[in-house]
Design a protein around this ligand. Structure first.
Ligand code: MG
Ligand code: MG
Length: 270
């Protein structure tokens, strides 16, 4: 899930992990990544979003982890989210609530998952196309968010500022021709899902909070093909592109280390 800039819901604090806490963060990150990869492999033509949610619940509980979503009830959503994963299809981009829908060939699906394990949260999102049809525009848009994420991670390290990371992400997205929405973006992560600092998907180099070792950040470039405007679905949660165009979203949780940024949400099996 994306942190929000407007309608403040983040914990107004910045948590710094001690080096001894990093292994716990790595364990959470691997769990999130492994669940996402498993769900990706099961997301075929005909797979129902409700089954993806059920499988996510089973894997989270089997691992002894806690969902960050099921009881999540910020002001921008209607009541508790009530599900274990965000499933956003085609024009849906953020906070997609799983519902009774079976995936079709060529659908663009985004899975976004955050859990807490051992008291540390990790948050990651992947977008991919389902089935044999892979519309070229959708694939290019997904790749743009992945490249923007790589650029943001490369720009993150001790001494860098949030504006450096935001600028790196935004340069890739703008360079690929996508409008950028600044209402939702990346965020600090720690004992809770949404913390300071906010990480907009565009920004000015040299500005903002200076990163230091022990800070966990969820970086999450997302775009809509031809608009920066969102509309809220009737379900009170799912955010869709205002024009009905397709969307894409890539997110990793990283730990700032003495050397740079370590990606925590990489799967250890593929
Ligand atoms: Mg997320
Ligand atoms: Mg997030």
């Amino acid at each position: 899930m994306a942190g929000i800039l407007i309608g403040y819901e983040r914990s107004p604090m910045i948590e710094i992990l001690a080096p001894t806490e990093l292994p716990r963060a790595r364990a959470t990150g691997r769990l999130v990544a492994d669940i996402l990869q498993t769900l990706r492999s099961r997301s075929e033509v005909g797979t129902n979003l409700r089954n993806i949610d059920r499988w996510a619940r089973e894997m989270i509980l089997d691992a002894g982890a806690v969902s960050c979503y099921v009881d999540y009830a910020p002001s921008f959503g209607r009541g508790p989210f009530g599900h274990y994963i965000c499933t956003s299809v085609n024009d849906a981009v953020l906070h997609g609530r799983p519902y009774d829908y079976s995936l079709a060939d060529g659908d663009l699906l985004t899975l976004d998952l955050a859990v807490s394990l051992g008291g540390v949260v990790a948050d990651s999102a992947i977008s991919f196309t389902v089935g044999d049809v892979a519309p070229s525009g959708s694939v290019a848009m997904i790749r743009a968010t992945e490249r923007a994420l790589e650029a943001g991670i490369a720009a993150a390290g001790p001494g860098a500022r949030i504006g450096d990371v935001s600028h790196a992400i935004g340069s890739v997205l703008s360079g690929a021709g996508y409008p950028i929405n600044t209402e939702f973006g990346g965020h600090g992560v720690g004992s809770t899902m949404h913390q300071d600092p906010h990480v907009p998907n565009t920004g000015r180099p040299g500005r903002g909070y200076r990163l230091r070792p022990g800070l966990l950040l969820a970086l999450e470039p997302w775009v809509m093909a031809d608009t920066a405007d969102l509309v809220t679905d009737r379900d009170g949660w799912t955010l869709r592109s205002a024009t009905g165009c397709r969307t894409a979203h890539s997110e990793h949780t990283v730990a700032i280390t003495e050397d740079g940024a370590e990606i925590l949400t990489l799967p250890h099996r593929t």
